[in-house]
Structures are given as structure tokens and as C-alpha cells.
Design a protein around this ligand. Structure first.
Ligand SMILES: Cc1cc2nc3c(=O)[nH]c(=O)nc-3n(C[C@H](O)[C@H](O)[C@H](O)COP(=O)(O)OP(=O)(O)OC[C@H]3O[C@@H](n4cnc5c(N)ncnc54)[C@H](O)[C@@H]3O)c2cc1C
Ligand code: SF4
Ligand code: SF4
Length: 416
């Protein structure tokens, strides 16, 4: 019998590979460095193109009837998937088809299979918390940096004995046949772009941060409020191409930020009372079937200004005074808003260069580059090495899923 396939990263791309290989009877080790699967899609509220929950999305962009819900599908109970949350790959040796992969595991303070999510520990100590109602595995998490007087009591009283505060980290070396890189993307935090004041001026946030505010499962319960003081937001200014299409940061277009900005603008205008949205852009790039988000935004009254933000100042009441250069009118405009939302670049994970080097792969703008860009196999990164989802560059969920399925197909062909 062949060795298992290693999938690095349990976002939608990695989970799709693991689930579909598992369905085909192939064993998979799914390594995820955070405590829960799901990746960036965990707290994005509604997903384009269907405006559904993020875990019930189209399986295939050309056959929109096929849907898959990762929330209900019990990834952790699939006999062919060995889920390793809180783990990272620290070394890869051997040869293609016969890799030896060393995995380092963080201490497993809570045994996910034992935790019934009764909430007793969460009530006793702030060190225990639920990452998200959609988290997989369905278990609470322990933060060892925040022990308090209730922590040991929680360990003693956990009805299923799921808590072990003495848990230690450990390493393990596995034999692996194929490696799939599904490590996803990182949303750029534009702290160096002084013109926007991100990280310095209150109420300047990114689109991912806005998604978390709009999410009914988020901290504000979906209420559109200012982070600085919790007061209701009445005006939002969004800025496109922050760190993208910019030679000083990322020269590429991040491809999906126009669509998710419009998605958020529509949610705000249609679902959140009287809040108004203005969008400052260079070009609006709503590719493929997403043009409808632009049409809806115009119909809903979203204001579009072609130009750039030149200055952000904090007013006395925590409102923001923003100067925009309108390149169509050749004029400077002044805005007073509650929230400035930056459509920040999607960039490679910070440790991507190390993984690419370890595996002897090529990179393109820091993302994994296909081995042969001229062939149709955009998911083949090397010999027995594959890439899918946003580890290969900015992509939406349906594209990530389609790529993940292409990886599954390549692996199945290799084993036929
Ligand atoms: C604001 C915003 C809104 C969006 N809205 C939509 C939308 O409405 N519709 C849509 O289709 N798309 C949307 N997207 C895009 C969507 O988030 C991505 O397409 C999707 O999350 C990509 O999934 P992924 O599996 O490739 O990567 P990720 O979701 O980034 O998952 C990667 C996983 O790999 C893990 N990982 C990383 N490095 C390692 C490592 N070295 N070892 C182990 N684990 C690792 C990470 O912890 C993470 O869990 C949006 C994006 C943003 C920023
Ligand atoms: S007390 Fe035990 S079973 Fe209950 S939520 Fe906490 S860890 Fe899980
Ligand atoms: S998708 Fe839109 S906002 Fe994002 S980089 Fe491209 S043009 Fe700019």
C-alpha cells in the first residue's frame, strides 16, 4: 500500500484535497498550524458568488448545482484523514514519491475527540475559548499565555477529561508519497503606507477586519460599529489597490479585492441601516460573473471616485478627515467618515520562501509557481509536489476548490 499524501494547510483548498482523496480511499495527513481548520474563510460571513455561508459553496464553478458544506461534513471523522492541527512541517528529506517529513506538534492541551463543547471550562477561565462556532475540530482551545485562577479547576472538572495542562510539544517523522501545498495567503497589513494611517489612526481597518465586524458570529454580533468606541458607523470610505499594483509593494493585481469590497459595500448598504459607502479606485476589476456586484453597488447608491487617498487625519470625535484626489475631476475632495477600509493586497504567507526553497520549487511574486506554466497542469509544482488555492496566488473559493480537485485527479492518475 502507498504511503499517505501530505497536505500542508487546512483552508478550503487543503480540506478539499483531503476530503476528496479520502473519498477515493487514499490516506491523507492534513497538517494545519493553527488550532482549527478553515483558514481565512472561517470568518468571512457571506461568500460571493452565491452569497451563502462560506462553508456551503459551489464545488465547481461550471456546475453551480454541486455544493459541499465543510461545516457539516465531519472532516475529523473521516477514517482516511489524519488531521494534525497545531502542527508544522519542520523538515523534508528523502526523494520524490518517498519523502520523509518531520512534523512538529504544539502541546495538545485539549483532546478534540474528547471535548463535547459543554463550555464548562470557558465559564471557569478566560484561558479557554471557542475560535469560531464553525471551528473544526469542534473543540475549545486553551491559551497557555493566559492561565488564571479558574484554569486548574477547569482541568479537574472537565466532564470528559479532555484537558491536559501538562501536555508537551512533540515531533514525528512520517513517510509520505506526495506533498500538496495549500498554505493559502496572508492579507497585507499596510503599516508602512503612512498615507493611510493603518495601525496608528483609529478606525482604519482592512477588508478582512471589516468582514469580521460584519460576521454575525464575530465580536460585535454583526453590528456595524467603530472599533475605537463601539459607536454605530454611518459613513465608510473604501480604498482599492492598497499594496497591489504598486511597484513599492506588490506589482500584481490581487484579483479578488474589487469583488470582496463590492460585496461588503452591498452588505453595508442593503443590510446595515442607513450606512453609506464610497469607494476610491484605480479601476474596478470585477472579472467573470462578478460584474453583478458592481451593478448592484451602483443601484444601491455606492459612490465611486476614481483617484487616490492622499491624507488621513483623526478628528476630535474619532471620525476621520480624508483627502482624496479625484483624477477624473482633477480636484481634491474632503470626506468625513467613521471608517476607512483598505482593500489590502493578498500576499504569500510570510514563511512561504522557506518552504519553496526546502522543496526546490520556483516562485512567482512569492507564491508557488507551477513547474511548467505552458502546460495545462497549473497545479503541478514539481515531482510528486502540487499546489492549489491561494498558495499559488490570489484566488476565490470556487477557483481554489477547482484547483484542489485537479490535484486530486493528478494524484489518482499517478496511482492508477
Ligand atoms: C476580505 C476577503 C473577503 C473574501 N471574500 C470571498 C468571497 O466572498 N468568496 C470567495 O470565493 N472568496 C473570498 N475571499 C477569498 C478566500 O478567502 C480564499 O479564496 C480562500 O480562503 C482560499 O483558501 P485557501 O485554502 O487557499 O487558503 P487559506 O484560507 O489562506 O488557508 C490556508 C491554511 O493553511 C494554513 N497554513 C499556512 N501555512 C502553513 C504551514 N506552513 N503549515 C501548516 N499550515 C499552514 C493556514 O493557517 C490556513 O489555515 C475573500 C478574501 C478576503 C481577504
Ligand atoms: S470542559 Fe472539557 S468537554 Fe467541556 S468544553 Fe471544556 S474541554 Fe470541552
Ligand atoms: S482586484 Fe481591484 S482592488 Fe484588487 S488589486 Fe486588482 S484592481 Fe486593485
Amino acid at each position: 500500500m502507498s504511503d499517505p499524501v501530505l497536505v500542508i494547510g487546512a483552508g478550503v483548498a487543503g480540506m478539499t484535497v483531503a476530503a476528496e482523496l479520502s473519498d477515493a480511499g487514499i490516506k491523507t495527513v492534513l497538517v494545519e498550524r493553527s488550532s482549527t481548520m478553515g483558514g481565512n474563510a472561517l470568518d468571512l460571513y457571506k461568500a460571493f458568488p452565491t452569497d451563502d455561508c462560506f462553508y456551503c459553496f459551489e464545488g465547481n464553478r461550471w456546475r453551480p448545482g454541486i455544493r459541499k458544506c465543510f461545516y457539516r461534513s465531519t472532516m475529523t471523522d473521516q477514517p482516511n484523514i489524519d488531521v494534525r492541527t497545531g502542527c508544522e512541517v519542520v523538515d523534508i528529506s528523502g526523494s520524490p514519491g518517498e519523502f520523509k517529513v518531520k512534523i512538529a506538534a504544539a502541546p495538545r492541551y485539549i483532546e478534540p475527540k474528547k471535548c463535547t463543547m459543554c463550555g464548562l471550562c470557558v465559564g471557569l477561565s478566560k484561558a479557554f475559548y471557542l475560535v469560531s462556532p464553525q471551528c473544526q475540530p469542534q473543540a475549545v482551545v486553551y491559551n497557555p499565555q493566559r492561565p488564571d485562577e479558574g484554569t486548574e479547576k477547569a482541568e479537574r472538572e472537565c466532564p470528559t477529561k479532555a484537558i491536559n495542562l501538562q501536555a508537551q510539544p512533540f515531533e514525528e517523522t512520517l513517510r509520505i508519497s506526495d506533498i500538496v501545498i495549500a498554505t493559502g495567503y496572508h492579507e497585507m497589513k499596510p503599516v508602512d503606507m503612512v498615507e493611510y494611517g493603518y495601525g496608528k489612526v483609529p478606525n482604519v481597518i482592512t477588508q478582512l477586519e471589516l468582514a469580521q465586524i460584519l460576521d454575525p458570529n464575530g465580536k460585535s454580533g454583526g453590528a456595524l460599529i467603530r472599533p475605537s468606541d463601539g459607536s454605530p458607523v454611518k459613513n465608510i470610505l473604501m480604498v482599492q489597490c492598497v499594496g497591489s499594483r504598486d511597484e513599492s509593494y506588490h506589482p500584481y493585481c490581487s484579483k479578488i479585492c474589487c469583488v470582496f469590497a463590492l460585496k461588503h459595500a452591498n452588505i453595508v448598504m442593503q443590510e446595515r441601516g442607513n450606512a453609506r459607502v464610497s469607494v476610491v479606485y484605480m479601476d474596478i476589476r470585477t472579472y467573470d460573473r462578478h460584474e453583478r456586484y458592481y451593478r448592484e453597488a451602483r443601484q444601491a447608491g455606492v459612490e465611486f471616485i476614481r483617484g487616490r487617498v492622499t491624507r488621513v487625519e483623526r478628528a476630535r470625535d474619532d471620525a476621520l478627515q480624508i483627502t482624496v484626489y479625484d483624477s477624473l475631476l482633477d480636484k481634491y475632495l474632503k470626506f468625513s467618515v467613521d471608517l476607512l477600509v483598505l482593500s489590502s493586497a493578498l500576499e504569500p504567507q510570510p514563511d512561504m520562501a522557506g518552504l519553496i526553497e526546502k522543496l526546490g520549487l520556483s516562485s512567482s511574486d512569492g507564491f508557488v509557481k507551477p513547474a511548467d506554466q505552458l502546460s495545462e497542469n497549473e497545479v503541478v509544482a514539481g515531482d510528486h509536489l502540487y499546489v492549489c488555492g491561494t498558495a499559488a496566488g490570489p484566488a476565490e473559493v470556487p477557483e481554489s476548490v477547482t484547483q484542489a480537485r485537479a490535484v486530486v485527479s493528478m494524484i489518482l492518475q499517478g496511482r492508477a
